[in-house]
Design a protein around this ligand. Structure first.
Ligand code: ASP
Length: 346
């Protein structure tokens, strides 16, 4: 694809507006192609995608595997507990073993931030031609989730031409456990990169004030910001202040495991102050949609009736869009065959 220069996809801080446009355009083409079942595309024929998941996953792993199969790639999965890692083999040697078996793309999820980066750097140093795609690392990054959220919003605002311009000047509210969310961090780079203003909303224990400067400087290791003019980020403590004027609201999973650290006084209080419901959403305009990356705690960060309301909830749409977005990423990193010409109908 013209202008695409990424050998690996590890975060969205290094994406330019053109990179976002390339991914969204391809995803839109994949969404409009009938590629299920026997009608696979030959684009990744002869390629092997290996998923190395060191952390549990429902949506991300299955949708990467489905995306690879729809592009005719072979798929191989690794289970850490049944592997030689327990005998002391290093992560790099494990990855090189899969490369020796023919892996062209490694999709890596790890509970520690930076693991996909280190692996990509070490594999490059060893001269391996494999691409590394992060499927979520610690609190740092979840690029394919950030992109599928971007695609879902862009399709909501401009169903026929969902590009970065669909986000320009929009006000997107992200509410919940921002501090512990790699999804929020990836969304901050993606949304502001496409010109949206992001309002973050949570109590101080889940959202330190410094998040207001999150995209103000390029991240460590990056000399310059690839986006010339980003949207703004604002930190607001009350939903009543955050919601008026919102174009979309994204709520994050409240990580119940944090309760032991007493970051919240009670789930009940949290729901009363930060939980989304139809009544709360009335503070925004009519038809403003709600997103959630899943898994969901029903009745905590979002009321069950709102989650299940097809007129307001884009949660199932996010899951559906995960497949074409991951097809686009796999295609960009490893295609061996061109795509058929675009269809006009979405
Ligand atoms: N599924 C997302 C992730 O892996 C969100 C979450 O777990 O809360 O980060």
């Amino acid at each position: 694809m013209s202008g695409w220069s990424h050998r690996h996809v590890l975060d969205l801080a290094s994406f330019s507006v053109e990179d976002f446009a390339t991914v969204l355009e391809l995803a839109q083409r994949f969404r409009s192609l009938p590629v299920a079942g026997a009608r696979k595309l030959p684009a990744l024929q002869g390629r092997l995608m290996t998923s190395l998941f060191f952390e549990p996953s429902t949506r991300t792993r299955s949708s990467f595997e489905l995306a690879a199969k729809r592009l005719s790639a072979e798929v191989q999965s690794f289970s850490p507990s049944a592997s030689s890692l327990s005998k002391g083999e290093s992560l790099l040697d494990t990855a090189r073993t899969y490369v020796a078996m023919g892996a062209d793309i490694l999709v890596v999820r790890h509970r520690c931030a930076g693991v996909p980066h280190s692996l990509a750097r070490d594999l490059d140093r060893c001269g391996e031609r494999v691409a590394v795609l992060s499927a979520g690392d610690g609190l740092h990054s979840h690029p394919s989730q950030g992109l599928l959220d971007l695609f879902t919003l862009a399709r909501h605002f401009s169903p026929e031409a969902p590009g970065p311009a669909s986000l320009m000047g929009r006000r997107i509210v992200i509410v919940g456990d921002v501090l512990h969310s790699r999804v929020a961090r990836s969304n901050l780079w993606a949304l502001t990169g496409c010109g949206a203003d992001v309002v973050l909303c949570a109590p101080p224990t889940l959202l330190p004030e410094c998040f207001a400067d999150f995209v103000a400087a390029p991240p460590p290791g990056q000399r310059a910001d690839p986006v010339a003019a980003r949207g703004r980020v604002q930190v607001v403590r009350s939903l009543e202040e955050a919601l008026p004027g919102a174009d979309a609201v994204m709520t994050l999973r409240l990580q119940k495991e944090r309760m032991q650290q007493h970051l919240l006084t009670s789930l009940d209080t949290y729901h009363r102050r930060y939980g989304l419901s139809h009544r709360r959403l009335a503070l925004c305009g009519d038809g403003v949609p709600v997103l959630h990356p899943g898994p969901v705690n029903r009745g905590v960060e979002i009321a069950g009736e709102l989650l299940d309301d097809p007129d307001r909830s884009l949660v199932e749409e996010q899951v559906r869009n995960g497949i074409p977005i991951r097809m686009a990423l796999l295609y960009l990193l490893a295609a061996t065959a061109p795509l058929p010409p675009p269809l006009t109908a979405a």
